[in-house]
Ligand binder design. Sequence first.
Ligand code: FBP
Length: 545
Amino acid sequence: MEKSALQIARAAYQPKLPKGLQGNVSVKEGAPTQSVADQEEIKKLFPNTYGMPLIEFVPGEAKTYAPFNVGVILSGGQAPGGHNVICGLFDGIKRLNPESKLYGFILGPGGLVDHNYMELTADIIDQYRNTGGFDMIGSGRTKLEKEDQFEKGLEIIKELGIKAVVIIGGDDSNTNACVLAEYYAAKKCGVQVIGCPKTIDGDLKNDQIETSFGFDTACKTYSEVIGNIQRDANSARKYWHFIKLMGRSASHIALECALQCQPNVCIVSEEVEAKNQTLDDIVTYIAQAVANRAADGNHFGVVLVPEGLIEFIPAMKALIAELNDLLATPEGAAVAKDEQREWILGKLSAANKAVYESLPVGVAAQLTMERDPHGNVQVSLIETEKLLSEMVATKLEQWKKEGKFSGKFAALHHFFGYEGRCAAPSNYDADYCYALGTSAAMLIANDKTGYMAIVKNTTAPAAEWVAGGVPITMMMNMEKRNGEMKPVIKKALVRLDGAPFKEFAAHRDQWARETCFVYPGPIQYFGPSEVCDQPTKTLQLEQAK
Ligand code: FBP
């Protein structure tokens, strides 16, 4: 495999480890824990893994360990640093006993069920140190939730003599990891399950998890390009750039990029929902920013739009729900494409019909086009950035006729998502992930199951980070999923009373009117610590004491 000069140099980077993981490791146990809500139900559902203590790793005495085998799975969307979790896990188990083995299940949880695996030897591991992507073993979105899957998995686990499975995933994958841990514990299979917090979306965080890995690198990658676009906008002075940013549901990515780049506008879905805003409210807000800047002679700007916005606009949510139901009926499924719009208009309730008719025809068609396997609209396929800019253009035309706007408005569109998910991990993610993998190895060696590896205090220098484990049941509550109450890890949306949003809200009026752009530049892997090791603004603001 041919490598770039940076890849070669970067392979030699030795991720920094917290003091507690650097030498011999001891376990410091905290008090028993409780789930964040619905304690009685969660306890009943997880009798073997509920209430376990928090774990912290501290420097300790030398201990000998018999060799043990571990299986690892990458689950869901790619996130920078996944390979370093595996490298930390590999180095961790080999450090405890060089005879220990690591197996990678191929293409996600499906690899466990289908017995598709490979042994990860030092040669393989060394090729992937500090690299982005999940291509070492691939990833997949198969949900591990059924008993027959657990049993199929157990067959290969037994065959390979695996002591523990590490599942690297987001909130849903870690919820499933907990269910699997409980299942194997209840059956006394002698198989441990450990989770690791992954997702660029940044929505797997709580009192115990400071951030999910990948968020740092992905946001820095998007911010570099947004900064470049801002500089282009400020040079040509003739375009408004509408940039949609990945993040299935929460707006953490858009908010972090706004804090890093100071664009003119950033929409935060959680605020839209909290204020019960309509699409027209959002369009009016952006159009007003365009008009204000035009009055100052500035016919350019940058607007950030979170990917999940559509589902947070209450009126759109209601429309989508009714469309889902209509299109799921036999009549809805059979209607010809060229007759669909008329059919839908004839069936929708008056309120939803008005919303549907207010949308540009192309966007309205996107709402009815693609359904996922559960029958839902795939919101990521809706070009929200185009929807907004088209509606802003229409509004400005109207204002022009009314004499309220005399400027120019030309829009360009971008969507940044996949560009950032496999970037080479920043020092933060490289170190954080390596420490998470090492923690997972130590949790396994200490016979823990149903835990997620964690690393805290990550705004301090890496040596002062605190590694350990949190019982997954501690982060759970009951939520309605597909009509049924289920135990799940609570998803973290942007908090409007949180420091990152407050910081943004305190400055946005100035950023909207003036040109306050910041150009973060590319991620730096070598150089002074203040350039290379900075955590995200979100984390810095959240952790500021
Ligand atoms: P995870 O939650 O699995 O980490 O994936 C997040 C994500 O990158 C979202 O931001 C995005 O909406 C989605 O995956 C895209 O999914 P796919 O990779 O299947 O296109």
